[in-house]
Design a protein around this ligand. Sequence first.
Ligand SMILES: [Zn+2]
Length: 89
Amino acid sequence: MTLADAYALALLAGTLGVAIGWCIGRYNRRTDASRAERAARPPGPHPVAVADELALALHTLATSCCLTAAVTAGAEHDTTTCTRKDQTL
Ligand SMILES: [Zn+2]
């Protein structure tokens, strides 16, 4: 092994050491941040997520007979275009 080979090997080992140290530090920082975020959350049941609310709204729209019924939770119907036959309003 020449001096140049030893130097290259030492440089490679040093670079790998720095990279591994950076990854471990990043993992620890992210773990600490997520632990702090979880500790800051209020206990108990959490409100429905925005994505869940959007999914529920799209399901309501897809299963409603008309837009007015979807908006009013079935209390009213569009009297001109609704296909529901038993409209009471
Ligand atoms: Zn309707």
